[in-house]
Design a protein around this ligand. Structure first.
Ligand SMILES: C[S@@+](CC[C@H](N)C(=O)[O-])C[C@H]1O[C@@H](n2cnc3c(N)ncnc32)[C@H](O)[C@@H]1O
Length: 355
């Protein structure tokens, strides 16, 4: 791990409170993408209403090394800025800022929640910001690896359980235009949104949906089994960050969940994308290079059962599936060993007699 002196460490802890909401807002509104394209002035973005405030933000970004003066003024005497090489790296990852900032409302109430009887419902995360953030992060990291694994197959049917906004399904359909699709989610908004998106993008495609809790395996797996009978090619059931939603933090729950899927759809493969619970002491020694402390905090306060890597390894030995493909992400050091903070697994049913 890089070594920061205590003062640098203090500054890094403090800085995010200012920079994160600013980068998140300008990223979400498309301003950072435009900044990355060409030099600009405070007047370049017609949608910004408070130009004086924006001018202060630009000066702040210069002082962080994200922007620099382009060394010229425009016709009306305005200072022109360009994004620095460092700013380029940061601004392209604005989705990561959206992801963290989506919990801003919760964090702004931390004092009241900790010290006063808090009778209101706890503030939730900003769904839109969260979806933009996770979409960007997944799109850059997780989905390309999963798609590369699928590309090697003769895919006939994809069922995405916890389909979100349908982003993953649309990427699969781009590669396999003739694939049959099942979109399932516990949220009606997600299912409706996915159906709308996919039907607009792929008017000819065969898409079905199931509105259900994924933990009620039989309710959706029977639909998958029925569709896969009438489909040429292999069936894959994908689930992105769904396991931690239903696991209750228990290995047995996940084993039972996967075993029930196998019972209902014995031929289907499974694609799992997950994050991994890293022990606090390991996070502490990796703290400059990992955003997992913040991710795990939010999963913890919202009661989600993120499992550890050792638990996933144990699960692998107790399910009727074997690994057909694996991608590990953002590895952290654990003494002499290493732990992934996220992974994609492609599981295929074990051959009969191999359990
Ligand atoms: C991070 S999103 C998945 C991303 C999505 N597959 C994509 O392509 O971008 C997680 C989804 O799981 C859904 N979800 C959470 N708990 C669930 C449950 N118990 N059953 C089914 N869906 C669930 C949420 O509503 C959310 O849409």
């Amino acid at each position: 791990m890089a070594v920061l002196n205590p003062r640098e460490e203090l500054v890094s802890l403090l800085r995010g409170s200012f920079s994160c909401p600013m980068i998140s807002s300008l990223g979400k509104r498309g301003v950072l993408t435009l900044m990355l394209e060409k030099p600009f002035t405070v007047e370049s973005f017609s949608e910004i209403v408070d130009k004086d405030l924006f001018a202060s933000v630009l000066i702040y970004f210069v002082s962080l090394g994200l922007l620099k003066s382009a060394g010229q003024v425009d016709k009306s005497g305005q200072q022109t800025y360009v994004v620095t090489e460092f700013g380029d790296k940061i601004f392209r990852r604005y989705g990561s800022f959206n992801l963290l900032n989506s919990y801003g409302a919760f964090l702004s109430k931390i004092d009241e929640m900790l010290f006063e009887p808090f009778n209101e419902e706890k503030p939730r995360c900003d769904r839109l910001e969260n979806v933009i953030g996770s979409g960007q992060t997944n799109g850059r990291k997780f989905f390309p690896k999963a798609l590369a694994m699928l590309e090697k197959m003769n895919l006939g049917l994809i069922a995405d359980i916890g389909c979100g906004d349908g982003n993953f399904l649309s990427r699969v359909m781009n590669i396999f235009p003739a694939v049959s699709v099942i979109a399932s989610d516990i949220s009606k908004t997600s299912v409706d949104f996915t159906m709308q998106n996919l039907k607009k993008l792929f008017p000819e495609a065969q898409i079905d949906s199931v509105l259900t809790n994924a933990a009620d395996v039989e309710s959706w797996a029977s639909v998958v089994a029925e569709h896969s009978q009438g489909t040429q090619g292999q069936t894959v059931i994908s689930m992105w960050y769904l396991i931690h939603e239903i696991s209750q933090g228990k290995e047995e729950v996940v084993i039972d969940f996967l075993t029930r899927i196998h019972k209902a759809c014995p031929q289907a493969g499974i694609m799992i994308g997950e994050i991994v619970a890293i022990p606090e002491d390991v996070l502490a020694t990796n703290r400059y290079g990992s955003i997992m402390p913040e991710f795990l905090f939010f999963h913890d306060v919202s009661g989600q059962g993120v499992l550890g890597w050792d638990q996933y390894q144990s699960i692998l030995t107790k399910i009727p599936y074997e690994l057909a493909g694996e991608s590990l992400f953002d590895i952290v050091k654990d003494g002499d060993g290493e732990l992934p903070t996220g992974f994609v697994w492609h599981l295929k049913p074990k051959k009969v007699g191999k359990q």
